[in-house]
Structures are given as C-alpha cells and as structure tokens.
Design a protein around this ligand. Sequence first.
Ligand code: AMP
Length: 268
Amino acid sequence: MKIVKKSNQINAFCNNNYKKIGFVPTLGSLHAGHLSLIKKAKKQNKICIVSIFLNPKQFNNKKDLKTYPLDIEKDKIVCKKNGVDLLFIPNFKEVYNWKNKKTKFPKIKNIMEQKFRKGHFLGVLNVMEKLLNIIKCRKLYLGEKDFQQLKIIEDYIKLNKFKIKLINCKTIREKNMLAYSSRNKLLTKKNKEIGGKIVNFIIKLKKKESDFIEFKKKLLNEFKNRKIYHEYIENFNIFNLEKSNKISKKNKIFVSFCLGKIRLIDNF
Ligand code: AMP
C-alpha cells in the first residue's frame, strides 16, 4: 500500500488511471462500516483508493471535532490489511489550496441534518468538490448510514454531470444492532447497551406498524421513558426525501438521538 500526502502526486496518478479507480472517502477512525465500503471498492475496481481527512469545515460543533477519536496509525494498518492500494492522508492546505474549476452545489432541503447541523453539508460539499477533483475516479463508495449526505452527493454528481458512478453501501451494524460509527467509541458501555436497545425497539416497531404517526408516538414514548434526548424522527421517500405517513419499502425512517453527549443518527 502506498501512502500519499500530496494532492498533486495522487492527482497525477489518478489522471492516468481513473477508469480503474474506486474511491472511498472517510474521516478516519475506521470501523467495520468503512471496511464494507473498502471491500466493495476492492472487488469492483482494479485500484482502491481510501482518503482519511478529518474535514473541519463539516463540523458545526467544534467540540465534536476536538473529541473525534482519530487513530491514523491504526487506520494505516487496517487499510494495508484490507488491500487498499493507495491511502491519501492530506492536511488542510493540501485539500483546500487545491485549485479547481468551481462546480455547482445542489439545493439542500432544510430537513434532518441540514436543519440540526447548520453548515454541515456545505462543509461536506466543499470537501467533496476538492476530493473529487484531486482524486479522479470511476466509482465512488458511500454509506447509506449517512443517507441524506449520500443523496446530496448524488445530486451534486448529477448536477455537474460528473462521470462517476455512486455505489450505495448498506449500513453495517454491531452485534447489538447499533450502526457502526466512529463516535460509538466515545459511548460508555451502558449507553452503548441502551443504544442497541433503542435500535432493536425501532426495528421491531417498524415491522409491526404501517402508520408512521403511530410509530412516532410509540418511539417518542420510548425516548421519554428512557430520558433520551432526540432531535428528529422522520419518515421520507428514499428517492425524493418527501415526507410520508406510510411505513413502506419506498420510505425510510430517520432518527437522530443523543446518548450522554454523543449524538447518533440512523435510518431504517
Ligand atoms: P465517515 O468517516 O463517517 O465520513 O464515513 C465514511 C463513509 O463510510 C461514509 O460514506 C459513511 O456513510 C460510511 N459509513 C459510516 N458508517 C457506516 C456503517 N455503519 N455502515 C456502512 N457505511 C458506513
């Protein structure tokens, strides 16, 4: 595995090889969720590139950025073990001093993360604009765990007519069904257990209910009983993120809640 820190180096490599490249962008602190993307990219492309860049622009909460559980040395070992061909670990200047043609940003609906994390997606689009210009690729791997982000990047690719195929990757869960997230490392054992119980509650309830209003009432009650703070419980169509009151395969239920000081998001 080659580790690259310079944008111009990886860009030169990609310009000659982009048709063979599958790209997995990450913030680091790699876990089994990231690994599922890496394995898919490995399988579907001759060359698998992973980036680790803790993008400060997408952190609306500076404390969240400061406590982010980064471990670059461990991530390097994980990438090497899993057959990553090129690991891109740039610093802030390497990313943001990169000169590229301005691209268009899609409109973002003021729902979910856009509503509760002001400026977050603008930061995500800023970094994607840079990364997709530095790392030319044919396929881009993103997780459904961050579904709204995935839809926004999908819109961004379409709007700018990039020849990049977006590959959606299913959410990978821990044994107790909590979705893998770098922030899980910051949870106490007790809160992790509670997180698992909440997720199992949601999965079971979703199987029983077809009416979202009823579902939401019951989940609100569960949050209240457990004294858990939540930011949203929503049900949206997976294609256009329009609101729906019906629980069905065309829709997803989106939840954001806090365990202690750790904010988690998930969808079902
Ligand atoms: P992050 O490092 O959190 O920005 O995540 C990098 C990529 O991994 C994003 O496309 C995420 O959606 C994806 N991802 C994060 N957690 C999971 C998970 N539990 N299962 C599948 N993909 C995930």
